[in-house]
Design a protein around this ligand. Structure first.
Ligand code: 1GP
Length: 234
């Protein structure tokens, strides 16, 4: 199984959204490097358990992006803990994580628990509103990236445009600042061309919504992301 430091392409499955066995099989056998299970609303212990039980037989790395403490299911390889850097509330930066550690600290496998410094850039995204984010300027985003790498020493910096295709120039500026911290790009990737474009800039691209809207297009993003990596960029 590929370690997260080698993930080029990841599919994100939302436990609240139904997916047929056939589509799930195609996603899991697509050649993607990993599956992230995560969503903003309606994430429950039951729907997360159901999804991981259906993904497990395909034997690819599976990470849970923890958004609700009631929905932490113990069968994942990796647990991703978002810290929303451009939230206006300390709650989304430190308090939910603090609460989680208080509750589960004795049983957490720290070697499999990784923080993601989130920077949410689409004001219409549910996560933007839920986490009470502000829209940062490009120089703010670059400064958050530097914080993630040099001060917080986070494993991931996540440029999150959920539901909207982002600005490649901004992603390029962020990429130029990161060496140790891996750059994740997610948001609005709908086709192979967009997957190629963002893969040339970010270490990992995350493809979500299009899985449920156009599975053929979703599947095409996998070879596109790999092609770009083989060309030797980032
Ligand atoms: C969402 O970054 C991911 O958290 C992927 O975004 O659903 O827009 O592809 P999309």
């Amino acid at each position: 199984m590929k370690q997260y430091s080698h993930w080029d392409h990841v599919f994100k499955l939302d436990p609240e959204k139904p997916i047929s066995d056939e589509s799930l099989k195609r996603i899991c056998r697509s050649g993607t490097d990993a599956i992230i299970v995560g969503g903003t609303d309606g994430v429950t212990f039951e729907n997360v358990s159901d999804l991981i039980d259906r993904i497990r037989p395909y034997e690819l790395p599976c990470a849970l992006e923890v958004s609700d403490l009631e929905a932490v299911v113990p069968e994942f390889d990796t647990y991703l803990i978002p810290m929303v850097l451009n939230s206006q509330d300390k709650h989304w930066l430190f308090d939910v994580q603090h609460q989680a550690i208080k509750e589960y600290g004795d049983i957490i496998d720290w070697s499999q628990t990784l923080a993601e410094g989130y920077c949410v850039l689409n004001p219409d995204a549910k996560v933007f509103q839920k986490a009470n984010c502000t829209v940062p300027q490009a120089e703010d985003v670059v400064a958050y990236a530097k914080m993630a790498e040099h001060l917080l020493k986070l494993p991931f910096f996540y440029v999150e445009y959920s539901g909207m295709y982002g600005d490649p120039d901004l992603v390029r500026q962020v990429a130029a600042e990161l060496n140790e911290t891996r750059l994740i790009y997610g948001g609005g990737i709908q086709n192979a061309a967009q997957a190629e474009e963002m893969s040339a800039l970010a270490d990992t691209i995350v493809v979500g919504n299009v899985i449920y809207e156009n599975i053929e297009a979703a599947l095409e993003t996998v070879p596109a992301a790999k092609r770009k990596k083989e060309d030797g960029v980032r």
